[in-house]
Design a protein around this ligand. Structure first.
Ligand code: GLU
Length: 307
């Protein structure tokens, strides 16, 4: 009962305290489907490992999860391919933007990590090579993980991504050149963009990320991970989950997590809770301004982080 009262109070305090930041930053504008959303929205959901759920504001409004999907594709790939994943992608932070190609060329087509675009494009290639039904299977996994059949791809977002995704196309071509992309470039890019287009709300994301708290066996629709594999996913989120701001997020918040340019952030406090927050206005590095602030306040007020 103690936690019931304090998390509720903490979430409403957080909402009050982030108000000075409500007009800071701008939402992603590179495709109309993202540019057109109302930037002045905020949602948050915290899910404890005991099953208690706390929400704030627009926790039930769906948004584009974008790069948060990279955590899910990593989970599926690790389940299907085990350590063979690490023959094709690394585990080092890139320290550069999500679509940077500089390191990819220097390192001969081996992406620094699975949470930047080049790494996630390799994962998309692996999933497509594994199954003719990769799109449906990925969606089924997410629906199982989040407990919601309403989770879906957004066709207009995926098409917009593909139409304007010149850097992603360049990355896929470079991967092909270095022999780290087996499939057809166009098919791989289409699948990658579909994964970015997935829509979820904070409640569904928090439920999905509960699986990464390592508080229960990871087995969702046949996708199974060991405790050690989940630990490694958390380690990669901690060091690589926030573009070139992973250090800042670690410093301010101290939780493994992943952000997306749709304004969402999902994070976990291992063995304690998962949390999802969403607000479309981004800082210069592409991370949600209010989302970062809310999580910083959460770990400060609760005194619960991995450190
Ligand atoms: N769809 C975006 C891209 O590939 C993902 C951006 C993000 O959320 O990091 O460019």
């Amino acid at each position: 009962m103690k936690h019931v009262l304090s998390y509720d109070r903490i979430l409403s305090e957080i909402y009050q305290e982030i108000q000075p930041f409500s007009k800071v930053g701008q939402q992603a504008t590179y495709i109309p489907a993202l540019a057109e959303i109302d930037p002045d929205q905020f949602g948050m959901c915290l899910h404890t490992v005991e099953g208690e759920i706390y929400t704030c504001r627009q926790a039930d409004t769906r948004f584009s999860i974008q790069s948060i999907s990279k955590v899910f594709s990593l989970a599926v790939c690790l389940s299907l391919f085990g350590n063979r994943v690490w023959e094709r992608v690394g585990v080092e932070p890139s320290g550069s933007s999500f679509n940077s190609m500089v390191l990819l060329e220097a390192e001969k087509g081996i992406p620094r990590n699975p949470l930047i675009n080049s790494g996630a494009i390799v994962l998309a290639d692996m999933l497509l090579a594994h199954s003719e039904d990769a799109e449906q299977k990925f969606l089924d996994f997410l629906r199982c993980l989040s407990g919601s059949d309403a989770v879906c791809y957004r066709a207009d977002v995926a098409e917009g991504e593909r139409r304007t995704g010149y850097m992603n196309a360049a990355i896929a071509n470079m991967l092909k050149y270095y022999g780290n992309l087996e499939g057809d470039i166009e098919q791989v890019l289409r699948f990658y963009c579909r994964m970015c287009s997935i829509e979820m709300n904070c409640r569904e994301l928090a439920q999905a990320f509960l699986a990464f708290t390592n508080s229960r066996p990871f087995d969702y629709g046949g996708i199974r991970l060991t405790v050690s594999q989940v630990k490694r996913i958390n380690a990669i989120m901690q060091t690589c989950g926030f573009y070139d701001e992973a250090g800042e997020f670690s410093f301010l918040v101290g939780l493994p997590g992943k952000s997306g340019v749709g304004g969402g952030i999902a994070a976990v406090c291992p063995q304690r809770y998962s949390v999802a927050v969403w607000s479309p206005r981004l800082n210069a590095k592409g991370n949600s301004v209010m989302g970062m602030k809310a999580l910083e306040l959460l770990t400060t007020k609760t005194e619960e982080s991995i450190f």
